[in-house]
Design a protein around this ligand. Structure first.
Ligand code: CA
Length: 234
């Protein structure tokens, strides 16, 4: 399945050439030309990666990035017009995964996109059949089947979705808000207890010792992080 990329860039010459290059490489691309519609598009139709220009009409790239990071861990590559437009560090402090300085070659940008996609969201663990492996856990996303070692584990839909979201963000913190909004839907009232209960049930099913979890780690005050023993420690 082609990766979906959302490009938020108001300069038509750039957005056209970037879109063309990415589509040529087999990506599915949608384009937004200002911050407000870009943010709306990201929310309505989640992408696998977002390329976000810093200087945008209506809502700046900084504001879009900040808003997105509050609710999702989607990989973001920032485009900056010139090096002193923003301290490069700021772009990454915002939670962006990478940045490219204008003018850039589309070839360079495509290479960055591939690198970020590989790194992010556990794609290195996702094979063509939609199966994700981490440690002893195998999640078959197409058949909605989970095994831990030799054991088939039956997960209700919410717990399956929780595990899938955590495991595809392997090695990265997923905020409670992002989990809640994705799995229980943005319109639902945020209910901490519900999420805690589902995490506890999920741990009881996949962890050897659910009171001392090795896969789903609690990041106090923020959310959860999926780790497996072959991950590089942070
Ligand atoms: Ca711009």
């Amino acid at each position: 399945m082609a990766h979906r990329i959302l490009l938020i860039e108001d300069e038509v010459a750039i957005s056209d050439s970037v879109r063309y290059s990415l589509e040529n490489e087999g990506f599915t691309v949608s384009v937004a030309y200002d911050g407000v519609s870009g943010l709306a598009s990201a929310r309505e139709n989640p992408a696998d990666l977002i390329i976000l220009d810093l200087m945008l009409p209506k809502l700046s790239g900084i504001d879009v990035c900040t808003a997105l990071r509050r609710e999702s861990s989607v990989p973001i590559i920032m485009l900056t017009a010139k090096t002193n437009e923003i301290d490069k560090v700021v772009g990454l402090e915002l939670g962006a995964d990478d940045y490219v300085t204008k003018p850039f070659s589309t070839r360079e940008l495509v290479a960055r996109v591939r690198a970020v996609l590989r790194r992010a969201d556990g794609l290195r663990d996702l094979d063509a059949s939609g199966t994700i492996r981490a440690g002893e856990i195998v999640v078959d996303t197409a058949r909605r089947r989970v095994t831990v070692g030799e054991k088939l584990v039956h997960l209700p839909l919410k717990q399956f979705e929780l595990l899938k979201m955590l495991i595809t963000s392997r090695g990265r913190v997923v905020t409670r808000e992002a989990l809640f909004q994705t799995i229980w839907n943005t319109d639902t009232t945020y209910d901490t207890g519900t999420l805690d209960v589902h995490i506890r049930w999920l741990r009881e099913k996949i962890e050897a010792d659910s009171s001392n979890p090795k896969y789903i780690r609690t990041i106090r005050g923020v959310g959860y992080k999926f780790t497996a023993e072959d991950d590089v420690p942070d």
